[in-house]
Ligand binder design. Structure first.
Ligand SMILES: Nc1nc2c(c(=O)[nH]1)N[C@H]1C(S)=C(S)[C@@H](COP(=O)(O)O)O[C@H]1N2
Ligand SMILES: [Mo]
Length: 207
């Protein structure tokens, strides 16, 4: 009697360490503040403004964004409310590509990532430039669903989820830091999940 092939055992228990205070949840729940915007290709653009090296503003249509060099990363997502979802494969344009096409002035230290309806997240330039930060168009090989940020979502794998606006519309280059949407509402300015610091009262001087 032939032995049946059983294949690789599937891992049901997450064995990698999670950031402090995080718990693993299955699937990919949707969470955000406010309504889900409707995408209209004829009105949509992605802008770069603020302290650009040339003083110019930049703008791309979605078609142009989709034609830029792209990469694929796999990452977990850590929401500051304590949930972690794992194994997300995001595909899209590295933030570093945008920085190459629209160079920031030498004084730029931070960026503000802007989404539809005024949601925003501030990032240190180094966090934005990080080689795994990308503007995702696809998740697990499919275009993003509208609830998860279609057509474009910023993914900053090494920071809490609130640093990654869904429905991304603009990047503002800043020569000093300014707090974004959740950062103004009591969340930590840096948002490194491995420190476990979620709240602004846990910020050290200069953070
Ligand atoms: N535009 C926008 N982007 C957003 C948010 C939001 O409220 N609005 N919430 C953030 C937070 S706190 C998290 S944890 C993730 C959740 O992403 P998901 O719904 O795809 O899991 O989106 C982030 N991006
Ligand atoms: Mo979150």
């Amino acid at each position: 009697m032939p032995v049946e092939a059983v294949g690789e055992p599937r891992c049901l228990v997450w064995s990698e360490p999670l950031p402090p205070g995080q718990r693993l949840v299955k699937g990919w729940p949707v969470s955000h503040y406010g309504p889900v915007p409707r995408f209209r290709a004829d009105r949509w653009n992605l802008q770069v403004f603020g302290a650009t090296a040339t003083g110019e503003k930049y703008s791309w249509t979605f078609e142009e964004i989709a034609g830029l060099p792209a990469t694929t990363i796999t990452t977990d997502l850590h929401c500051a409310s304590g949930t972690t979802t794992t194994g997300h494969e995001f595909h899209g344009v590295p933030a570093a590509v945008l920085l190459g096409l629209a160079p920031p002035a030498p004084e730029v230290t931070h960026v503000m990532a802007w989404a539809e309806y005024g949601y925003s997240a501030n990032l240190r330039l180094a966090d934005f430039r990080s080689d795994r930060t990308l503007m995702a168009t696809h998740h697990d090989g499919e275009p993003l669903t509208v609830e998860h940020g279609f057509p474009l979502r910023l993914v900053v794998p090494h920071l809490y989820g609130y640093k990654g606006p869904k429905w991304l519309r603009a990047i503002e280059y800043m020569t000093q830091d300014r707090r974004g949407f959740w950062e103004e509402r009591g969340y930590h300015n840096i948002a490194d999940p491995w420190t476990g610091k979620r709240h602004s009262y846990q910020e050290d001087e200069g953070e």
